[in-house]
Design a protein around this ligand. Sequence first.
Ligand SMILES: [Zn+2]
Length: 96
Amino acid sequence: MLDHQKPSIGRIVHYVSYGTPGGEYPKACRAAIVTQVLPEDPEHKDFVVGLCVMNPTGFFLNPEIEYGEGEETDEDNDLCDHMDYPGGSWHWPARV
Ligand SMILES: [Zn+2]
């Protein structure tokens, strides 16, 4: 299953940017390159990675980002498969 593929350095994944609380900016999927993969940890069901996130207006680096599972939602959004993902998490890009 693609979702449980082990991430490796240099792979491209999605990072979910936080939207603004007032909803002026919704959450968005951003392209990100895996910069490190933390050792497997029983507390996390999926891998924790470091990412270089490529926002349209600049780069953002974070050494420790948790995997975020997509959840069904009725809300309209532009995230992968119109699922809801936690802000500040990563996932594999959906096939389109
Ligand atoms: Zn995505």
